[in-house]
Design a protein around this ligand. Structure first.
Ligand code: SF4
Ligand code: MG
Length: 315
């Protein structure tokens, strides 16, 4: 069942000013083929780091990333390249990763040509197909990135990713920089592509509202640790962890459903010196003495649901 990308990252050490920050600590996450997993948390919680590790861009200092059951580190040569291409990342700012001196057709066509996924003679038609899939008019392919809007640039980035025939997309804040109406268009595009191409997604966002309609399963991170994991509809109907409850309270709603929780209080502590015990205790409205002393384990609380909170031991 864990056939897509299973990962077990123990303590990724990142050196910041001589101090080792464990950006991701003891995370154990499996993503199944065809699934859309939303990874949510405030900035600095380690979700981007985790996304990069899963995408194979950043090696964990300890722990292992499996893709299709294979350890990424054990692969080399053409096989390593194939596995690497199969996972593509989509970033918040596509402009930063689009070479301003290349035309769109070159941006989209370069990698599939280099990797032998298409013959030169077929390249033009291949590029047109990727652009159409991403919702761009192929007639615009002679233009340069600066001639496009933010939403169109994100579509160029998506076309470029699709051009190497991935089966797994890791989207890191992929709509965060876009206007709300454009956000919805790009999210719809991701869902259309999911059906058309049978894609698996890890959708990273600081905004629980953005992942709500898109995810099958939601994973909530706080200061490098997973605090809750559940099917999406259950997270929104009955969040278990106090941090999830607080995050959910901040999602604007058009309906008048009563809010029974307050938003997240206070500042995010420095990941350099995370609080003892439960990292969330200084901001948690339910914190007890035990919470300062003891780290709560991520435990099953229902089928398919896990949460890391001492309150679950008391019911
Ligand atoms: Fe709050 Fe304690 Fe649960 Fe942490 S373990 S979320 S501090 S109640
Ligand atoms: Mg980030």
């Amino acid at each position: 069942t864990l056939d897509f990308a299973a990962k077990l990252a123990r303590r990724l050490g990142v050196n910041v000013r001589e101090e080792v920050v464990h950006a991701v600590d003891g995370v154990d996450l499996a993503i199944r083929r065809g699934e859309v997993v939303g990874l949510v948390g405030e900035s600095g919680c380690g979700k981007s780091t985790l996304g990069r590790m899963i995408a194979g861009i950043l090696p964990p200092s300890d722990g292992v990333i499996l893709s299709h059951g294979r350890d990424l580190r054990s692969l080399d040569g053409p096989e390593a390249r194939r596995v690497k291409l199969a996972t593509q990342m989509i970033f918040q700012d596509p402009y930063a990763s689009l070479n301003p001196r290349l035309k769109v057709e070159e941006i989209v066509g370069e990698a599939p040509l280099v990797h032998g996924l298409v013959r030169r003679g077929d390249l033009a038609g291949y590029v047109d197909e990727q652009l159409r899939r991403a919702g761009l008019d192929p007639a615009l392919k002679k233009r340069y990135p600066h001639q496009f809007s933010g939403g169109q640039r994100q579509r160029i980035g998506i076309a470029r990713a699709l051009a190497v025939q991935p089966d797994f997309l890791v989207c890191d804040e992929a709509v965060a920089a876009l206007d709300v109406s454009i956000q919805a268009q790009i999210l719809n595009l991701f869902m259309k592509l999911r059906k058309e191409l049978d894609l698996t997604y890890l959708f990273i966002s600081h905004d629980l509202g953005v992942v709500e309609h898109l995810s099958d399963r939601v994973v909530i991170m706080y200061l490098g640790r997973v605090v809750e994991e559940a099917p999406a509809e259950e997270v929104f109907r009955s969040p278990n962890h106090p941090y999830t409850q607080a995050l959910l309270a901040e999602v604007p709603r058009i309906d008048t459903r009563k809010r029974s929780f307050a938003g997240v209080q206070g500042e995010i502590p420095s990941p350099l010196h995370p609080p003892s015990g439960c990292h969330f205790h200084p901001r948690c409205p339910h914190a007890m003495e035990r919470c300062k002393l003891e780290r709560p384990a991520l435990k099953a609380i229902a089928p398919g649901r896990r949460s890391a909170c001492h309150l679950n031991d008391m019911v």
